[in-house]
Write a protein that binds this ligand. Sequence first.
Ligand SMILES: [Zn+2]
Length: 375
Amino acid sequence: MEVVLGVPFGYDASNEVKKLLEDFRNMVNFCIDYAYRRRVTSYARLRKGVYDEWKRRWNYSTHFCHSACKIALAILKGHRRKHKDDKPEARKLFMQLDPQLYRFYGDKIRISVKPREFLYIDLKYGEYQRKFIDAWREGKLKTGEITMNETKIVISFKKEVDLSNPKDWIAIDINESNVTAVSSNPHILKIETDLRTIHTTYFNIIRNVQRLRKFKPKTAKRLLKKYSGRRRRKVADECHKIARNIVEFAEEHRMGIIMEDLRGIRKRIGYGRRLNRRLHSWNFRKLQFYIEYKARLNGLPVIYVNPKGTSSLCPVCGGKLAPNGHRLVSCECGYENDRDVIACLNMLRMRGAPLPLKALHEPLTVEVRGRDENL
Ligand SMILES: [Zn+2]
């Protein structure tokens, strides 16, 4: 299976590049106009219909015509989907190029504008991008099409990965204050998170700022922007750290990842408005998204299971569990464990992954991984 990831690089657009972007936008609008007037929806027909006139007007490498046609059709399709009848227009400067139109050199790219006429662009990058460049140099990644605007170039990197059934799986349970992961090999990972603290802190700050709105609307607006941004960055940082800890662990053991399908979680929980709002802003899905993204990057399969009953049924006999102390739950069959661990065991069972049987009746290895500060 092929995994594709878009990696953004910064760059300074020279006048030549700006001219190219503007020309490309004109090409797209030219194609939109043609397709709109003749009700063309097929790529082959559009490409054939516009080509002669396009060549007369622009005289760029032919692939620019292919690309402009593709984007024109995508814009028209999006427009129709919104049930709009008028002619759409490409307004932003934006360009998508096939691999035939550019060459990647790691720290720069070369765009073929016309036969034997090239544009060289230096790429700006940091640690994150460097990893991709290195892997590309080692031949582990290939480059696909690129997308660019006036400030950045997104290069797509492709990787062949073997996502066939791994021997072991790790199930991940995300809740208010910690993330628990149990693997079939068996290990337990418990990561205490700051997500609850971040949300409570900023929930209060933002509520106070909102009270200020009546008296000092301008100040309130500025502060609101400042604190919302800060909260968003803190949550994102925290989610990245947690996701990295988990995926590095899964990667070490080459394990597939199982998570709960949380799409209906707010409906199911029904704790009332106050908690609902907090659950909403916590963004479980964001953390899952980061985990899935990093896992795919490492070629680990990710699957979702229905969370119904994962925390209320016994993973050994399927009986109903009863609370037994702070975080413990127990079953009539005598089985007892931490309720987050039980949720994970049930997820492993639903996947048909080998249950860590040994672990069912004796404590598992508990590894608590600290959150490191550098991202
Ligand atoms: Zn039981």
